[in-house]
Design a protein around this ligand. Structure first.
Ligand SMILES: Nc1ncnc2c1ncn2[C@@H]1O[C@H](COP(=O)(O)OP(=O)(O)OP(=O)(O)O)[C@@H](O)[C@H]1O
Ligand SMILES: [Mg+2]
Length: 154
């Protein structure tokens, strides 16, 4: 199975469609480490992931920049966190992010701010704004990450 994949999303809808394919494959314990500048499309992507996880359509999957952590019900519990405003590593435990990785599928925006919170086996997705949309670079760090890349390619 491949360790890496590069995709281009021309529109926000394209980006959400990729997220939805990934979301359909997500299982408890899977961690998505989302990396990229402000406005790169991380939250937009997570909205698609939530659809794939079967989060009810009436749930508002918004940027958790102020709440920091949102949890949504779905085929598996889905935890969406944004580490942009987290300042100290101790806050990660207070926010329940470490335990969420054991009982939910987890998407972490700004995951590169606290590399220690990300499990050894995860899928990193780097979002690069481009003139023609967004480039996504996916890198798997273990077997689950590789399985998720394979699922996106299907
Ligand atoms: N091809 C594209 N893919 C994704 N988003 C796009 C694209 N083109 C334009 N956009 C717009 O870019 C914005 C992306 O915002 P979004 O909140 O998803 O970014 P973010 O990476 O979560 O930012 P933040 O770091 O502030 O949380 C949205 O307004 C979206 O409509
Ligand atoms: Mg965001």
């Amino acid at each position: 199975m491949p360790d890496a994949l590069t995709l281009t999303a021309t529109t926000a809808a394209d980006l959400q469609a990729i997220g939805e394919r990934l979301g359909r494959a997500l299982a408890i314990g899977d961690v998505l480490a989302l990396v990229g500048p402000l406005g790169a499309g991380k939250t937009t992507f997570v909205q698609g992931v939530a659809r794939g996880v079967e989060v009810p359509a009436d749930r508002h999957v918004a940027s958790p920049t102020f709440a920091l952590v949102n949890e949504h019900p779905g085929r598996v519990p889905f935890v969406h966190a944004d580490l942009y405003r987290v300042e100290r590593p101790e806050e990660l435990r207070e926010l329940g992010i470490e335990e969420a990785c054991e009982r939910a599928a987890v998407a972490l925006e700004w995951a590169d701010r606290f590399p220690q919170v990300v499990l050894a086996d995860h899928l990193q997705i780097v979002f690069e704004p481009r003139p023609d949309g967004r480039r996504l670079r996916l890198t798997a760090t273990g077997p689950r990450g590789r399985a998720l890349i394979a699922a996106i390619k299907e």
